[in-house]
Design a protein around this ligand. Sequence first.
Ligand code: ADP
Ligand code: MG
Length: 436
Amino acid sequence: MRSRLRAEFGEAAYRSWLKPASFEFSGEDTIRILAPTRFMRDWIETQYGDRLLRLWSEENPKIVRLEIVHDGAAPERAATVPVVVSAPASDGAHNDIGAPLDPRFRFDNFVVGKPNELAFAAARRVAEAESVPFNPLFLYGGVGLGKTHLMHAIASHIRKTTPERLVIYLSAEKFMYQFIRAMRFKDTMAFKDQFRSVDVLMIDDVQFFSGKDNTQEEFFHTFNALVDHNRQVIISADKSPNDLEGMEDRMKSRLGWGLVADIHPTIYELRLGILQSKAEQMHFDIPPKVLEFLAHRITSNVRELEGALNRLVAYAKLVGRPIALDNTQEVLQDILRANDRKVTIEEIQKRVAEHYNIRLGEMFSARRSRAIARPRQVAMYLSKQLTERSLPEIGRKFGGRDHTTVMHAVRKIDELCALDSSFSEDVELLRRMLEG
Ligand code: ADP
Ligand code: MG
């Protein structure tokens, strides 16, 4: 039987988990497995329980039950309740050390745009590759931009296409919790073994390890052991490896060895795409104008965008009225206010001067040559669009100009944008930079 187990589970898993255990009959229909620690008992049960039972009943059809007990040396722990495997175990086999996957986070409903195309491509590559294309894959970006979504999508994809590979996904927080628990139960060996026997280890939000030296140390060793054995490691964080504070330098450097892919803040097109896709999934008719309005105004992150949409739909269902611009503004007042652009005229002047390569002082100067006057007009135009300032206020900030000058600038730029698409793209680019 031992050789069969070795063949079935592979040398590494056999040696780590099954070899140290002993097996005995317990009555006619039950096999009892004695695991040296409680931790190993749980692990054998969740990872191998149903396969073990199947193997045994193939050998001996009388066997219908598996009893897994902890056979620890400590007398107070000797009487642990046995874990019994008798029914086919559910899909949650990895849940003991990993975290469950959210079935809503898939590749097919992840909307791709400029800000996330690299991260998306890298995630797909890792999910579809048979070998390890880069190690680790390090995904980073601000909150609510889709890191966890991509991580779950990778894990689900691998589990579906190559179920024999053991994929563990968990948050850095949960990793720490498990580590601390293992230390408390003096089970760190088992802890190490269980993480080192996986094929794909995914840890979300590793910035959580900042300043937590012991956990970081353990993670570092786990990480190295896996990478050395050519197992795929996938990490996410809110910052690039180098910018992670409270991380040891050797850790930062190691994290950056593979492919580092960042998710940038969203841009208008992506936000609109996401809204359209989500509205469609919700089977709810929302006028395009409203979606465009939301994409313009809610710029913080995708989670907020989703929240706004959910609230709108809930409202519409509740009051039974169709969604339009006016009730959108009313229902989402607080979210919209929080997302109001807080760009200042000073920032606009600085950005625009840089962009056209003129001195900042020219924004206030009296010079009228076109090379200077045009950028100045663009800055006035953007000030009108992106701030709440009135025309006279804007005029004052541009070297004490009259409000009619500002009005003229706004009209002029509008005209030029309509005539010249490359000019209009340029202005749009500036606007986005300022909004972002
Ligand atoms: P993060 O982990 O980076 O904080 P999440 O992955 O939790 O962000 O994303 C927040 C929410 O936004 C999730 O509901 C996720 O499905 C959604 N989301 C983020 N980016 C996209 C995208 N590109 N397409 C579709 N949904 C997205
Ligand atoms: Mg996340």
